[in-house]
Ligand binder design. Structure first.
Ligand code: ACO
Length: 433
């Protein structure tokens, strides 16, 4: 693992004391001040709500330059990977650190196929969820349940990493498709060994005992690329959760299950569902995008333009560029006219010429166009965040493995500034008012 390099130090004067802190640099020139002794030296902690300036680890996996709109996995540009690789090659890259050879890819595909089924008893679980359960709730519960059905998967992960990792990657896709079938009351469709990873998913989603699935090659290719652009995003909310839970020693499945819950939030991966719901509302309301822009700018209204803005990107999210193109391609392949695409493009155009969004560096993020593409493929709105989770899984796993391999890793334990009542004594209950 490449380490951060010490490149100097930075001084801080506090209470007449001159303090010096080491400065480290990563391979792309990003710098960090090592404040690990700050509390001991000064009696103060660093206060950084939302971790806006806080680095919690060094990592070899993903590089983002939010100002320039760059996203790279293990050094490869995301657009290059989306153009030239299948999703499972990117899975291999994130887990192993290098792209697979043809032989490695073939072996990996076989391994994915041989672990694609879930235990039949687990299938029973689906029938006990109420109708219309959100598939993210099912997904998270099922993933943590894997640790009871396959306890050996949680132990010493270094033994047979490929088997453990591919099991999870393969089974997540099966669980996702089964949860959809449950939600519409249809029988589940088993994975098939002769189909590729993405085709298998579409087949499990859309075929039934009475009819073949209908999807085209453009959709299969788009799905591969969509999963690739979601595959990792360094220390985002869900990856940080996976790392935090993993830092307590929790097994891979428990850690990933927590990441799925974090992803579900509307400010994170849940935004792709919210975008479509927002676009549908605009359509019902007569298509007035100006009204929505005004609402998003109104500080007395909690409404935000969903699919816009990002903590790290202050320029166009490179994933959104790819997602927009894929959306057009899939829509063209079906010859459908989706009125929501028109509304989305108008909304984007208006926002990008409005000083409110320009001044704050608010651009479409990955979630803005992905939902429209899934919709065109026939994937229902409440499955969108599940799609995100399938894509993000290899990134979470890579982050978790990196954490486990870090000899200096410590339990994640932020501090706080307490602002509650100062010391007081318990009154007997009869005297409390
Ligand atoms: N609509 C309107 N205003 C916005 C939006 C938005 N979508 N996003 C940010 N702003 C404004 C904020 O009100 C704030 O304005 P102010 O400076 O006048 O107070 C300013 O832009 C900065 O916003 P913050 O909330 O401080 O930015 P932060 O980095 O904390 O949040 C986030 C990033 C959560 C993504 C935010 O932009 C947002 O809520 N976007 C909509 C939800 C969304 O699309 N989430 C998906 C993100 S991508 C992902 O997770 C996969």
């Amino acid at each position: 693992m490449t380490k951060m390099k010490e490149v100097g130090s930075m001084g801080l004067k506090m209470n007449e004391k001159d303090l010096r802190y080491k400065v480290y640099e990563g391979t792309e020139g990003e710098r960090a001040i090592d404040i690990s002794s700050l509390r001991k030296d000064t009696g103060c902690i660093a206060f950084d709500s939302g971790f806006v300036n806080t680095g919690v680890c060094s990592s070899n996996i993903t590089f983002i330059d939010g100002e320039k709109g760059i996203l790279r996995y293990r050094g490869y540009d995301v657009a290059d990977l989306a153009k030239n690789c299948e999703f499972i090659e990117v899975v291999y890259l994130l887990i192993h650190g290098s792209l697979p050879t043809e032989g490695q890819k073939a072996r990996y595909s076989n391994l994915l196929n041989s672990h694609s089924l879930i235990h039949e008893d687990m299938k029973e679980f689906f029938s006990h969820y109420p109708d219309h359960s959100h598939p993210m709730a099912i997904l998270s519960a099922m993933v943590v349940s894997l640790s009871s059905f396959y306890p050996e998967m949680g132990e010493n992960y270094k033994e047979d990493v490929d088997m453990k990792v591919t099991r999870l990657i393969s089974k997540l896709r099966t669980i996702a498709a089964f949860s959809y079938k449950k939600s519409i009351g249809h029988p589940t469709i088993y994975p098939k060994h002769d189909l590729s990873y993405c085709e298998n998913f579409l087949n499990m989603m859309f075929s039934s005992p009475v009819k073949e699935a209908s999807y085209n090659d453009v959709m299969v290719s788009a799905l591969n690329k969509l999963l690739i652009i979601h595959a990792d995003h360094e220390q985002n909310c869900s990856a940080s959760v996976v790392r935090s839970v993993g830092s307590a020693g929790a097994n891979l499945y428990a850690s990933i299950s927590s990441g799925i819950c974090a992803l579900w939030g509307p400010l994170h991966g849940g935004a792709n569902q919210q975008v479509i719901e927002m676009l549908e509302e605009i359509e019902r309301d007569g298509g007035d995008v100006d009204k929505v822009i005004e609402r998003a700018k109104d500080k007395n209204d909690p409404f935000r333009l969903m699919g816009f803005g990002h903590r790290v990107y202050k320029s166009y999210d490179p994933r959104a560029t790819i997602a927009k193109k894929l959306c057009m391609e899939v829509i063209e392949s079906t010859n459908n006219i989706d009125p929501l695409l028109d509304i989305a493009m108008k909304l984007e155009e208006k926002a990008l010429e409005d000083p409110y969004f320009v001044d704050r560096g608010l651009y479409p993020n990955v979630d803005f166009y992905t939902g429209l593409t899934y919709r065109e493929m026939g994937i229902p709105t409440d499955m969108f965040t599940v799609m995100f989770a399938i894509g993000r899984l290899p990134g979470w796993i890579a982050q978790w493995m990196e954490l486990k391999d870090d000899p200096h890793g410590r339990i994640a334990r932020p501090r706080q500034i307490y602002t509650g009542p100062t010391f007081r004594k318990v009154e007997p209950i009869s005297k409390r008012n």
